[in-house]
Design a protein around this ligand. Structure first.
Ligand SMILES: Cc1cc2nc3c(=O)[nH]c(=O)nc-3n(C[C@H](O)[C@H](O)[C@H](O)COP(=O)(O)OP(=O)(O)OC[C@H]3O[C@@H](n4cnc5c(N)ncnc54)[C@H](O)[C@@H]3O)c2cc1C
Length: 356
């Protein structure tokens, strides 16, 4: 008799294969906040659906490959799922794994790689239109909407000649391609400090250019002495109170307190921050405060000026993107779910989470 082979691995079942076009709560953005919102809505018995234009936790996926969070793991937890790591602070890969496990644990309905383009209709009867990677259009209906679209997709531009050329990046991933090259890093916060150090440690000749008089005081406490000592030792060249005025094919021009400096250059990392997609928020009808572009919303429920549309996560802080992060944005889900429950009269807590 033939011996039956025991397979070493089993094929995974497709997480969410059924078309799901009608949701009680439709969440735009599968970041930590969007996930927390969907989990809390599900716990309250509402049928929830998340749509993301990229992959699950798309922003974290695009962070520098070797980034380490400044937050300890328990403060990144959502849905009461424990997050433990061997070191005091989790790294990017551990966070990606954690959020994948949470999505699986709660059987979250997530449409990845679909870009939400329009929201029409009104409270309890919204219509959401997306496009996928093949330009196909999809329609969804939802009773309530949560916008948790983050800020990492749109870089703050400096507005100088040459900024839009191929040698200029607004995101830093890894150092290897810049070995033995002249690299300018613009910025004075964490992203700039960490990129400058990583590039220097992997053989790039690094010049840091920052308009402030020193590194920003938000730089992680273990990174700051490192960057300051490299600068003191002359290993990383630094120009403070300075700006980049022009980026050419093989040079950059700096404006410094000592006058203009032209230097050889191969690549530029302009790490000057990011901002929410204000146009998208406005297109939905959400009003933004004139000064800090904060969405107008009820601070208790996070319902925006458009009835039935909630805002969550870092976008609530408008341009002040360092006010809300995962640590505090993860609690928005509970506030929103409680308000939706009040308005819709409660979902069905016995509703099987993966039923359609
Ligand atoms: C390098 C770096 C390190 C950080 N370290 C920490 C840390 O240690 N601790 C901490 O608490 N915070 C940290 N932060 C900040 C934190 O990551 C963000 O505040 C957090 O990700 C915000 O969560 P969010 O869910 O609001 O938005 P995001 O995580 O940005 O999620 C938004 C999602 O919406 C999607 N989206 C946007 N527009 C659309 C659309 N129209 N249709 C469909 N999907 C859309 C995006 O693809 C994205 O997946 C760090 C940030 C950076 C850049």
């Amino acid at each position: 008799m033939p011996v039956q082979q025991i397979p070493e691995t089993l094929t995974r079942t497709k997480a969410q294969s059924r078309p799901e076009t009608l949701a009680d709560v439709l969440v735009i953005g599968a970041g930590p906040t969007g996930m927390a919102c969907a989990i809390e809505a599900q716990k309250a018995g509402f049928k929830s659906l998340i749509i993301d234009k990229g992959c699950l936790v798309n922003s974290i996926y695009h962070y520098p490959n070797n980034m380490v969070f400044f937050t300890t793991p328990e403060l990144l937890e959502i849905g009461d799922v424990p997050f433990t790591t061997a070191s005091a602070k989790p790294n990017r890969l551990e966070a990606l794994e954690y959020y994948r496990r949470v999505a699986e644990h709660y059987h979250l309905h997530i449409r990845q790689y679909e870009w939400v383009k329009t929201i029409t209709g009104e409270d309890r009867n919204f219509r959401v239109t997306t496009t996928d990677r093949h330009d196909a259009i999809h329609d969804y209906r939802a009773r309530k909407i949560v916008v948790a679209t983050g800020y990492y997709d749109l870089a703050n531009k400096i507005g100088i000649p040459g900024e839009d050329t191929e040698k200029v990046f607004h995101y830093y991933r890894e150092p290897h391609p810049y070995f033995d090259r002249d690299v300018v890093v613009i910025g004075g916060k964490n992203s700039a400090a960490e990129a400058a150090l990583d590039l220097w440690r992997h053989g790039a000749r690094v010049t840091l250019v920052h308009r402030g008089s020193q590194m920003h005081n938000h730089v992680k406490y273990w990174v700051r002495p490192d960057i300051e000592n490299r600068i003191k030792a002359g290993e990383i060249a630094a120009h403070f109170n300075s700006t980049v005025q022009e980026i050419g094919p093989d040079f950059v021009v700096l404006r410094t307190p000592e006058g203009p400096i032209r230097m050889e250059n191969d690549f530029v990392f302009a790490l000057t921050g990011y901002h929410p997609d204000y146009d998208f928020l406005r297109s939905v009808g959400i009003e933004l405060s004139s000064e800090q572009m904060r969405p107008v919303c009820d601070p208790e429920s996070l319902e925006s000026n458009v009835p039935g549309i909630y805002v969550a996560g870092v976008i609530v802080a408008g341009s002040r993107t360092n006010e809300i992060f995962i640590e505090n944005g993860r609690f928005h889900g509970k506030l929103i779910a409680a308000h939706i429950q009040e308005k819709l009269g409660g979902g069905n807590p016995n509703f099987p989470l993966d039923a359609t």
